[in-house]
Structure formats: structure tokens, C-alpha cells
Design a protein around this ligand. Structure first.
Ligand SMILES: *Cc1c(COP(=O)(O)O)cnc(C)c1O
Length: 401
């Protein structure tokens, strides 16, 4: 029998999703009960709700450093924001029909690109990364051309935390006459974002990665940019996204944006220190560990550690039994065979990538959470490494007759 898990669970899978902040829940509740009007209605019920939506829009604008609140368009997810940006760019840039993206994007971008190639014959240039997950800038320059409609490059990687130099990448895209979109789902709430300074045309974010609910996201669309809607119908979101607004979700996202903006300066250095303590502790206690990602440019909350000869499913299962939740990388991939496309793109050897575990912290992570991991992880890894199966098939020993 495994030891009973202690009462407080340790949740270190915040890049997959975060707990909705209780203050966010409290801000949302009146919009289920009292303020249930449709923001498009002209009566008082609608007016209260419309002004709450406007306030949330200003909060997201503030978090991104956008010039105007009209540049923020609410969507149902980060995925929808990504699709809207890429499909709109392909529809609005005459003479330009190609996409440039990276090999380590989230499936919200990569699966769409694969579909476009298959269904429409869209030429998509997938730029490789190096062993630290850094974009190959020379390959990027070569991929850009007079037919590039849009570049879509993530701000920060969900699996390794590696941060791309989006401002430089945007400048190169613009020099080629292309639009620049960034999937900033993992960056918003963790890094200071300034869409004007970075000269971003479109930016995607998702509520549930920053302590707002699932099912709400936003797309920043620079003023003056043409946008082709993904969904047509009513004139909501100034005709750019039809469908009655998810008012409680929008209010929750707005509140979460305010909290994130206020918390960021104190929280991120604290998380960086906790994450570093976790990594130093693991490296001191366990031999043969690879810290994946770019150590110089990494989200402060993310640590992706690969343990050769100890499979990640085994580690995750044993950690879960000890009350610790983390992940092998992309939440959309768990349960599927094979190492992640991100680690493969980084050419992490199979035996190493097979033992990758992602720890992702949030402002709710405590010192004792890290202590718990450090107390159990070394035993788990050595137990798995001792299993003969973990080393693959052994040589057959020929015995004299
Ligand atoms: C989670 C995530 C998404 C998808 O956002 P949803 O709101 O879950 O659709 C897209 N990109 C990245 C980098 C993510 O981490």
C-alpha cells in the first residue's frame, strides 16, 4: 500500500490550468444572479452588464499595454483567438497566402496550420529551434518573404517556459511586410507585456491560465487592422465576433487581469526563487537530470526536468500517489504515447525526453509545496531507474551448455 497522500494536495500543473481565484469567483457571481441582462439590450438590465463588460475590457487593455479598449476582443478560448488571428490574416492580406510559425507552438496553432496545408494547400514554414528551444533566427529570416501573410510565434512555451524574443521577431516580420501574431497564453500574467513597445499586431490570451475560468479568452487586434470574423451572426464585439457575450467569464477575466497586473512585480521574483530552489534541490539529490529550455530566457514559474531511464508516466503516477500533481508537458497530449513535439524539436534524445516532467508554479505555490516534492521525488526516480524495464531490453546471455 502506498502511503496515504497528505491532505493538502500540491498542485504544480499551472501551465495546464490554474485555480480560479476566489476574488474572481466573487466578482463573477452577481452576473449569474442579479445582473443577468444581455449587454446588447437597451434597458437597465443590459446597461449594467454592458458597463461591466467595458470595465473588463479596460482591465485587459491595461494588462497588455494596449492603446485602446476597442483593441481587445473577447473569445471563448486561447484556441479561438489563435484561429481568428491566423485565418483573418490569410483572408485580409492581398497577394500574401503563406504562414510562418515555429516547431514548438501549441497545438492551437500547429494543428490549425497542418489543417490549412492539407485542406487548402496553404504553404506553412515551420521554423526549427535549437537544443535550448531557441528559435533559429537565420531559418526564420529565410522563411519570410513577399508572400508571408502572417507570422505566428508564441511569446513563451507552455512546456519548457522558453521565452521567444517577440519584439525582434515582430520587427523582422514587419520588414517583410507581414503581420505578427503571438500566442501569449503562457506569458500573460507571468511577464510584463507591452504590445505597443513590442509592436505586436495580434496577441492571444486565455483566462484559465491566469486564475480566471475556462472558456474565456481574448485577442488583441492592433487599431486599424482589418479583421475577418471567425463567427458570423449578431453584431457583438463590434461585428468581429458574433454570439452573446460570456458575461460572467468576461467579468472574471477582467478581474483576473487586474489581480495579475497588481501581483506581477512581487509574485514573479518569488516564484522564480521557488522554482530555482526546486531545481537546485533536484539536481543535488538526483544524478543525470536535464533541465530543458533556455536557462537565460525562461518563465519564472516553469521547470521542465528530464530524467533519463525513468519514464514520465511512472514519475507522474507515483507523484500523484504522494499528492503532487504535475505533468509531462502539454495537457492536450497526456495519455498519448511518445515524447512531446517540443522536446523532439529540441532534439532531446528519446531516452531523456521519455522521462520529462513539467513543474509549473503559480502565486498559490508555497515553500512547503517545494519541500514536499524534494522529499519524495529522489526516491521515485531511483525506484523507477532500478526497474529493469526502464532500461529497455537487456542483452541475451549465452550460457555454455
Ligand atoms: C493553454 C494554451 C492554449 C489554449 O488555450 P485554451 O484557452 O485552452 O484554448 C494555447 N496556447 C498555449 C501556449 C497554451 O498554453
Amino acid at each position: 500500500m502506498p502511503p496515504a497522500a497528505p491532505d493538502r494536495k500540491v498542485y504544480l500543473d499551472n501551465n495546464a490550468t490554474t485555480r480560479v481565484d476566489p476574488a474572481v469567483v466573487a466578482a463573477m457571481l452577481p452576473f449569474f444572479t442579479e445582473h443577468y441582462g444581455n449587454p446588447s439590450s437597451l434597458h437597465g438590465f443590459g446597461g449594467v452588464v454592458a458597463s461591466a463588460v467595458a470595465q473588463a475590457r479596460r482591465a485587459v487593455q491595461g494588462l497588455l499595454g494596449a492603446a485602446a479598449e476597442q483593441e481587445i476582443m473577447f473569445t471563448a478560448s486561447g484556441t479561438e483567438a489563435d484561429s481568428t488571428a491566423i485565418l483573418s490574416a490569410l483572408a485580409t492580406q492581398p497577394g500574401r497566402d503563406e504562414v510562418v510559425t515555429s516547431a514548438v507552438e501549441h497545438p492551437a496553432v500547429l494543428a490549425l496550420c497542418q489543417h490549412l496545408t492539407k485542406a487548402r494547400g496553404t504553404v506553412v514554414h515551420v521554423v526549427p529551434v535549437d537544443g535550448l528551444g531557441r528559435l533559429d533566427i537565420e531559418a526564420y529570416r529565410r522563411a519570410l518573404g513577399p508572400r508571408t501573410a502572417i507570422v505566428s510565434m508564441m511569446w513563451a512555451n507552455n512546456e519548457t517556459g522558453t521565452i521567444f524574443p517577440v519584439s525582434d521577431l515582430a520587427a523582422l516580420a514587419h520588414a517583410a511586410g507581414a503581420l505578427f501574431h503571438t500566442d501569449a497564453v503562457q506569458a500573460v500574467g507571468k511577464l510584463t507585456i507591452d504590445v505597443q513597445a513590442a509592436d505586436i499586431d495580434m496577441l492571444s490570451l486565455s483566462g484559465h491560465k491566469l486564475h480566471a475560468p475556462k472558456g474565456i479568452g481574448a485577442l488583441y487586434v492592433r487599431r486599424g487592422l482589418r479583421l475577418t470574423p471567425l463567427l458570423r451572426g449578431g453584431g457583438q464585439e463590434r461585428g468581429r465576433r458574433a454570439g452573446t457575450e460570456n458575461v460572467p467569464g468576461i467579468v472574471g477575466l477582467g478581474h483576473a487581469a487586474e489581480l495579475a497586473r497588481a501581483d506581477l512585480p512581487d509574485t514573479m521574483p518569488r516564484l522564480g526563487a521557488l522554482r530555482d530552489r526546486l531545481e537546485h534541490g533536484v539536481l543535488a539529490a538526483i544524478g543525470d537530470v536535464l533541465v530543458t529550455g533556455d536557462p537565460a530566457h525562461r518563465l519564472p514559474n516553469t521547470s521542465n526536468l528530464a530524467f533519463p531511464h525513468a519514464d514520465s508516466d511512472g514519475i507522474l503516477t507515483l507523484l500523484d500517489r504522494a499528492g503532487i500533481a504535475c505533468s509531462s508537458g502539454s495537457a492536450c497530449k497526456s495519455g498519448m504515447q511518445g515524447p512531446s513535439h517540443v522536446l523532439r524539436a529540441m532534439r532531446v534524445p528519446f531516452e531523456t525526453a521519455h522521462g520529462a516532467v513539467r513543474f509549473s508554479l503559480s502565486r498559490e505555490t508555497t515553500d512547503s509545496d517545494i519541500d514536499r516534492v524534494l522529499a519524495v521525488l529522489p526516491g521515485i526516480v531511483s525506484r523507477l531507474r532500478a526497474r529493469p524495464a526502464a532500461r529497455g531490453p537487456s542483452a541475451i546471455t549465452l550460457q555454455p551448455a
